[in-house]
Design a protein around this ligand. Sequence first.
Ligand SMILES: [Zn+2]
Length: 119
Amino acid sequence: MSSHWIRDEKRAAVILRGHCACVYCGEYLPKGLGIDHVVPREHGGSNHESNLVVCCNRCNRLKGTKRMVVFVREITAGDKDLEMYILREIKNQRRRKLNKVGAIFALLLLKADHYLKAA
Ligand SMILES: [Zn+2]
């Protein structure tokens, strides 16, 4: 198992902390949300909760190994208010503790939903 591996509960907790919306473009579930390493692993970023935010697959792909500030500047295209808003939101999310109990509950609901659909 890779040291970069993030447990399902932690992933779910990060998504819940970010109100289930991509921190960069605001896209909501269920259109493929994942986790972004604010400081990319390639630049020494860790799997610590303070380095993780919610990110849609599209933004994750676009961001790649770019530094977060560079990527935010790129997607806001000169809109300074939007840039400040996104940077503040990222800062707030990184500071908040993860609600692990809530995340485990959310995972159970997702599993139940999966089994209901399969039935
Ligand atoms: Zn996005």
